[in-house]
Design a protein around this ligand. Structure first.
Ligand code: 5GP
Length: 145
């Protein structure tokens, strides 16, 4: 995907937003959805996406980004309290050359522990569904309203 071009409404995150594809949610509000990454780089990897149609940070409306980053912060805080990581990586990729694989704007919230290297971006194995549901419940329970 180049940085230019139309938004594809059939991308997997758009399908998740429409309820056409499954996801394990952590948080949903009028502007954003946070859900567990199916191929996590570490246990507790969450994705935060806007409900607005945006492919990258470059074509998103400023107001979309303002609202989204606050949700990213809240999710990172909840991940911290729920899972007690030593650090939290927040990443975001734009275009294939940068490593973006799903063409709907998203932030990664990835907990990290000393001595436990992250799996590479795009190299995670599919996680166990029950474990993801447990993690989502734990993280959601620590989200401030
Ligand atoms: P990107 O590579 O575009 O920065 O990130 C896309 C992320 O979406 C990857 O971390 C990948 O593991 C995750 N992902 C891809 N397909 C699905 C899916 O169907 N469901 C969920 N929950 N995550 C997905």
């Amino acid at each position: 995907m180049s940085l230019d071009g139309p938004y594809d409404p059939e991308n997997i995150f758009a399908r998740i937003l429409r309820g056409e594809a499954p996801a394990i949610p952590v948080h949903e509000d009028a502007d954003a959805l946070a859900f567990m990454d199916l191929f996590p780089q570490s246990r507790g990897h969450v994705l935060v996406i806007p409900k607005a149609d945006a492919r990258t940070i470059l074509d998103a409306e400023a107001e979309t980004l303002r609202r989204l980053i606050v949700v990213v912060q809240r999710v990172a805080a909840a991940v911290r309290v729920a899972l007690l990581p030593d650090g939290v990586v927040v990443t975001q990729f734009n275009g294939r050359a940068a490593g973006q694989t799903v063409d709907h704007l998203h932030f990664h919230v990835i907990p990290c522990w000393q001595g436990r290297p992250l799996k590479g971006h795009g190299h995670g194995q599919m996680a166990d569904g029950d474990d993801l549901r447990r993690l989502a419940r734990d993280i959601a329970a620590h989200l401030e309203v």
